[in-house]
Structures are given as structure tokens and as C-alpha cells.
Design a protein. Sequence first.
Length: 180
Amino acid sequence: MSRSIKGVIGVIVVVVIAAILFAVFHKSSSPSTNNSPGTTSQTANTPATNNSIVLTKTDPQLGKILTDPSGKPLYFFNGDSTNKSNCTGSCLSNWPAYTAKASTASLPSGITTLTRSDNGQVQYVYNGHPLYFFTGDSGTQVTGNGVQNFSVAMPSSAAASQPSSSSTQPASSSGSGYPY
């Protein structure tokens, strides 16, 4: 065998071994799929902004939505202003803020926080939208979309609009229009 053929065979062997090692050590780590009605698909578990604070999942009816790391859906309040929460008082009883539990010193791109003036909690904000949960949701089910001026949070490209930059009246127990 000529020296150049041996070199080509050697390169092919190295490439095949590298491909096998890559396949063995980089197996897909996707969680199992749950396609039950009203739940989010766990196969589209890619970060919205490459982080573990806000994830993007696919809901069978709504498409791509934002969730916390456990898969709970997140919501935007349409009455909020950019980087300002206007959901207070009884509004927070049904729509608790998605709050930071650890250091927020180095947040990923697109994720910021605000310190709530009503209770001092540090709330996560996605591209200007304060984030909330809905107490009516069970696990990964999305049941609060369109309820009481809240919309399921979607990635930037799918989000309908940014919060209003104008000031609005806070939703509270006194004349907020909320039935609770």
C-alpha cells in the first residue's frame, strides 16, 4: 500500500472514531414527551434566552410559550408598563409574581428584574414584561390565557406587543374590576 493511501485510511479511521465518541457522549437529553391535552410538550425544552430562568416550550394549542424551569406557564399582565408591574393587591392573589429566589447578579440577556414597590419582592422581567404565574394552572397546564387581562408569555418573536410605556392604574382590591 502506498504511503498516501495509508494516510487517507488513517484520517477516515480517526473521523469515524470521533463520530462514534461524539454520538456516545452527546446523547439527546430531551425529557419524555407528554402530549396530553392542556399540557405543554416537553420535547421543545430550549431556553428562550439560553438560560435556566425562562424556558421556551411548545403548547399544543398556543405554540411556543415561556415557562419557569419546572414547566409552569408564565404570563404577561396587559396592564403593566415597560419594566413596571401594575398588578398589586388582590391581583397578586391569583397572579403571583415570578420572583427571584437566588442572586440576580449575572442574569442572561433579555432577563432583568424589578423590585416591587408594594412588597419589596424581586420579580423577573422578560424583555420589559414583568412575569407572573396563574394560581388556576395545574402543573404545566395553561388555563390563564386571556383571563383578567393576562396573556400567556411568549418568546419575543411571538409576543403580540410590548407593555405600554404609559402609566396605568394598578390593579388592586379597590375598584380593580377583579372579581376576587
